[in-house]
Design a protein around this ligand. Sequence first.
Ligand SMILES: NC(=O)c1ccc[n+]([C@@H]2O[C@H](COP(=O)([O-])OP(=O)(O)OC[C@H]3O[C@@H](n4cnc5c(N)ncnc54)[C@H](O)[C@@H]3O)[C@@H](O)[C@H]2O)c1
Length: 246
Amino acid sequence: MTRFAGRTAVVTGGARGIGAATVRRLASEGASVVVADIDEAAGRQVADSVPEAVYAACDVASPQAWNDLRTLVLDRFGRLDVLVGNAYLLRQGPADQVGPDDWNAQLAVNLGGFYLGTRTFIGELRQARGALVAVSSVHAGFGLPGRPAYAASKGGLLSLTRQLAVEYGPEVRANAVVPGPILTGAWDGIDEAGRERSARATAAGRLGSPDEVAAAIAFLASGEASFITGASLTVDGGWSVTKDSD
Ligand SMILES: NC(=O)c1ccc[n+]([C@@H]2O[C@H](COP(=O)([O-])OP(=O)(O)OC[C@H]3O[C@@H](n4cnc5c(N)ncnc54)[C@H](O)[C@@H]3O)[C@@H](O)[C@H]2O)c1
């Protein structure tokens, strides 16, 4: 497929997991892709393994980093068609134990990063009749202990995406994917028993792969989704519709 031939994409958090899979997927369909991440070693590794991908150091919470990224994108490619907001920060703990600094940091990366990215590139995206894709989470809609800021930021991303669709349509479409349990490095601290519990909590009976989320992101970013905007696509193997009858 060459759905992205001649197009340019930025993928935040593109050095690992779902972001890296999205970089590979978009590039395999013809896109030039910028791997925007704070992890230089991993980001360069991904970019080096993909023709037409470049690494850019970018902390999505920093307005200056977005300005620098815009300069790089325009110097190198002269356009932007797709912005995927995927980078995230998780600091666990119940609300009364998450201090204001940790709260603000998670909101700044997870939600603020997508706002800043949109703000930075909206001119180019409008010109290209491009697409915004936010990576939310099933945590946006379900309470799981110890993740108040993460859940709030992911819920906020769904609201923000709808808002952006209204604000910047018809030129720019804005959508979100809502992943369930996806086996990435984010699961490194979770033992086999925990992984099996999460797999059993899906209708698919397994954890998802980063490639399966990347496929949904690529669809929403592509012309095949031309009448889809302000929407969210759940990619959770049925996690959110499964309820144990015991
Ligand atoms: N893995 C899952 O089970 C799961 C489930 C639901 C939603 N998600 C969402 O999917 C997205 C990707 O998750 P993943 O599991 O692939 O994570 P991951 O930990 O494998 O990768 C996250 C990437 O984000 C980068 N990053 C972190 N802070 C950054 C910042 N300030 N600026 C730029 N880059 C930054 C990291 O360096 C890393 O490369 C996240 O938004 C996450 O909330 C994941």
